[in-house]
Design a protein around this ligand. Structure first.
Ligand code: CR6
Length: 832
């Protein structure tokens, strides 16, 4: 039997696992015990935070039996696991998900009420762990939820950032970032295991030596090292009885490091060393899709994958395990290129530490990895300068060179007369600086490479990785993204999920295809009335939240037109804004009668990467237009903009269920998938969108008549760009567009100052990398169709119901099934 976290145990000495009693009385007893003995306070003196922490710990007790027996069973069966390697896990609040998994909500509500405490007040005390930027991090969180629910063994491996994604505030309409000190009030959901810390090396050099048989070998002589301390989180399945583990690593200084400096008598220097080490897991890099190539980021990447591989090999696998069988026990899924340094790390472990020969190690390594690509933007494909990589990880650089050498040899054999192709495919780029292309390394090493939506996977094969797809057609596959129906429908939209369950039973929560059963009800007037009533109640709910959270007033009787996602030019928030400004311009100049305007609330939520100047200017512009419209009484409140600061998972959970219209308007060929689009669909919003990412599949499933498609498609975009795109031509020929842009330039939204937003307009007029002007008219026309459709509330609701009914495909359970069938081959395992 193996060594578990927390000491040596054998099968015989494992005591039976304690079971918690599922009653109000038992809960109250446990809760008070946690409050008194855990928090050390009496109920009469307890703060909200005391009560929240005590309650959270009590709730987690109820999942403990399942967690411990899952782990026990796992080591008995030695079943194959997925190790999901991801630099980001954007978990969102944990309490509701834990209550759902433990089936405790009623008991806790009643138990707390008997003590005069409102569950809802404690709910609000939870600070969400924002350990991700956006879609990619949230996707990882949805995937591990699904695997636990489907009884598939999985460990999530990532980084316990001390500061997550920054807190966004607005000062005079401009984004100002504040550190996200999410651990400040304690973190009841994590289990630190400092005793199981592992050492991670960096720097130094590589030396040649002779082994016992006189064979000349190379090995790493590191320059410095840090400790990785694991923090475990429960990942409870819904009704599965299984609780998987998420293991996030935190960096600490090693003792050796400290002691050396202490001995030299320099206390201040020793403390500095401590800080230096801990910096590695200090903060999440806030760039979404545009990595900055910072040295600390490479340190983070290597830090967490080195910890994770060591953990799996030394702690999870039984002692003496034959690593040749590693592919039978694990598949490391690389979530984008961030963890790709794991490939040379496993090679180093096998060759340098275990003494395997190269070919043997490479054959095994290739079977252990698979790679998911999440982008089409060339600037998002990570490359690490050889100079930097060689300084930080000299042995890994050598290993990468050798992998590349053999790969190029293979290519030269396959394409003897095509040296150009060979150079194009090299893992090492020569220009502008010599650098390692991490996506190429992942593609060469992985057993499979997948994109995240059908169109995206197609474009990967045809454009981004075309040479590789020609060389290894069978390596490439698609798995369309999904979202967990537990968090994003059942928990976030209790009204709608209640109605669905009433209509078709509750099987949909784990089998989302059953939503199909709602289709006939789209034609049922009474069902539609109730569906509308729920949407309205959700609008009242978000109106209340926005007023209390942000002091924003919205009118629940209006059409809720929502665009929430990171601020990025390719996503085209400016296109949405031009539509709004154009409407406003037409109204104020009398060309559009107020009575003909569909009352709308335009809701935005978006963080900009702190160094992304244009994105920040666009945020300022949205706020400026918002202030002008919201203060202009002549609009009679018909058009309002609501832009709450700090959009996050928690806000998404109340905002999305209130939406009528989902804005998915990226330039075709740029959004790999999108996942917000799926959440909106499942909550009964209609989509206005381009033929991009998963929108393509959404439209196919829901039907053209229930989707507002507009704009250029990807081949058209490619053609226009090829011909030489001239945005100013659209300005000159489209009067509405010109007036809207001129209005911004006139200073109408900047107190008469013509300079404030000039850079945004100038960029659109002279560059417009993402063809917003080219798609303007098509977008405005599609919005006119939205107005017409919305005027017929019965028909609109019918479409909304059909969106829900046909959205089952977008469950992350389905994504997981696809990964299992096409890539992982990890069967489910019963938890007991
Ligand atoms: N930014 C894609 O842009 C996709 C998610 C998850 C993204 C987005 O379209 O839905 O991944 N890509 O697959 C990256 O982060 C590199 C994202 O979230």
């Amino acid at each position: 039997i193996r060594r578990g976290y927390g000491g040596r145990v054998t099968a015989e000495t494992i005591p039976p696992i304690a079971v918690r009693e599922h009653t109000v009385d038992a809960f109250v007893r446990e809760f008070l015990r946690e409050l008194n003995f855990g928090q050390g306070v009496d109920l009469t003196r307890a703060s909200v935070n005391d009560k929240y922490l005590a309650m959270a710990r009590t709730v987690r007790h109820y999942l403990m039996t399942r967690w411990l027996s899952t782990l026990r069973r796992q080591s008995e069966l030695q079943a194959k696991s997925v190790a999901y390697l991801s630099a980001e896990f954007l978990l969102g609040r944990q309490l509701d998900n834990a209550l759902l998994a433990a089936d405790l909500e009623d008991i806790v509500t009643e138990g707390l009420a008997s003590l005069g405490i409102e569950l809802d007040e404690l709910r609000q005390a939870e600070v969400e762990p924002g350990l991700g930027n956006g879609g990619l991090g949230r996707l990882a969180a949805c995937f591990i939820d699904s695997l636990a629910t489907m009884n598939v063994p999985c460990i999530g491996y990532g980084i316990r950032y001390e500061y997550g994604i920054f807190q966004q505030t607005f000062v005079d309409g401009e984004q100002v970032e504040k550190p996200d000190d999410w651990l400040r009030l304690g973190s009841p959901w994590e289990f630190p295991h400092p005793e199981s810390a592992v050492t991670v090396d960096f720097g130094g050099s590589v030396e040649q030596y002779q082994d016992d048989d006189g064979v000349v070998k190379r090995r790493w002589v590191p320059g410095w090292s840090v400790l990785g301390v694991p923090y475990n989180y429960m990942v409870p399945g819904y009704e599965s009885g299984r609780v998987n583990t998420l293991r996030l690593w935190s960096a600490r200084a090693t003792r050796a490091f400290d002691l050396e400096i202490f001995n030299s008598g320099d206390y201040a220097e020793a403390v500095r060393a401590q800080t230096f080490a801990e910096n590695i897991s200090k903060v999440l890099y806030p760039e979404d899709s545009t990595p900055q190539g910072k040295e600390l980021r490479l340190q983070q990447q290597y830090f967490f994958v080195a910890c994770s591989i060591k953990d799996f090999v030394d702690q999870v696998l039984p002692q003496g395990f034959d690593l040749h069988k590693l592919p039978e026990r694990i598949v490391f899924q690389l979530n984008d290129t961030h963890p790709v340094i794991a490939v040379p790390e496993l090679m180093r472990v096998l060759v340098d530490e275990k003494g395997w020969d190269w070919d043997d190690a490479w054959a095994t390594t290739q079977q252990c990895f698979a790679y998911t690509c999440h982008t089409l933007l060339p600037e998002a494909l990570e490359v690490w300068p050889v100079e930097l990589l060689g300084r930080l990880l000299p042995r890994h650089l050598e290993i990468i060179y050798r992998i590349n050498e053999e790969f190029l040899e293979e290519l030269r054999e396959a394409y003897p007369d095509d040296e150009l192709r060979v150079r194009r495919m090299s893992i090492i780029a020569e220009y502008p600086v010599r650098a390692v292309r991490m996506a190429y390394l992942a593609t060469v090493a992985g057993s499979k490479v997948n994109g995240v939506a059908a169109l995206h996977s197609q474009l990967l094969r045809d454009k981004v990785l075309d040479d590789f797809a020609q060389h290894w057609p069978e390596k490439f596959t698609n798995v369309t993204n999904g979202v967990t129906p537990r968090r994003f429908l059942k928990l976030s939209n209790p009204g709608l999920s209640g109605l669905i369950t009433e209509a078709i039973g509750d099987g949909w929560v784990t089998d989302l295809d059953r939503l199909k059963g709602l289709e006939p009800l789209a034609d049922d007037a009474e069902f539609r009335r109730r569906f509308r009533e729920i949407k309205h109640a959700n609008k009242l709910r978000i109106a209340d939240v926005l007023e209390r959270r942000d002091g924003i007033v919205v009118d629940p009787e209006t059409l809720f037109d929502v665009m929430v996602k990171r601020l990025h030019e390719y996503k085209r928030q400016t296109l949405k804004l031009l539509h709004i400004v154009s409407l406003y311009e037409q109204i104020t100049t009398g060309r559009l009668a107020l009575a003909d305007v569909t009352p709308r609330t335009f809701a935005f939520g978006a963080k900009a990467a702190p160094g992304y100047v244009m994105a920040k200017q666009i945020i300022a512009l949205i706020n400026a237009v918002g202030r002008t419209l919201n203060e202009d009484t002549s609009l009679e409140g018909r058009l309002r903009i609501a832009f709450p600061a700090n959009y996050n998972v928690t806000l998404a959970e109340t905002l999305i269920p209130a939406a009528d219209l989902s804005e998915q308007i990226s330039l075709a060929g740029k959004e790999a998938s999108g996942t917000g689009n799926m959440k909106f669909m499942l909550n009964g919003a209609l989509t206005i969108g381009t033929d991009d990412g998963a929108n393509v599949e959404i439209r196919q499933l829901v039907g053209d008549e229930n989707f507002f498609l507009f704009g250029l498609d990807e081949p058209q975009v490619a053609e226009i760009v090829e011909r030489g795109y001239q945005p100013s031509a659209y300005y000159e020929t489209n009067a509405d567009l010109r007036r809207a842009l001129d209005l911004i330039l006139s200073g109408a939204f900047s107190g008469g100052d013509r300079h404030t937003f000039e850079p945004v307009v100038a960029n659109l007029l002279h560059e417009d990398r993402f063809l917003a002007l080219a798609d303007f008219q098509a977008y405005v026309d599609a919005q006119a169709k939205v107005d017409v459709a919305y005027a017929d509330q019965e028909a609109w609701t019918r479409s909304a119901v059909l969106n829900v009914a046909r959205g089952g495909f977008f469950s992350s359970d389905r994504s997981m099934r696809d990964y299992i069938d096409r890539i992982w081959h990890t069967p489910p395992v019963s938890p007991s």
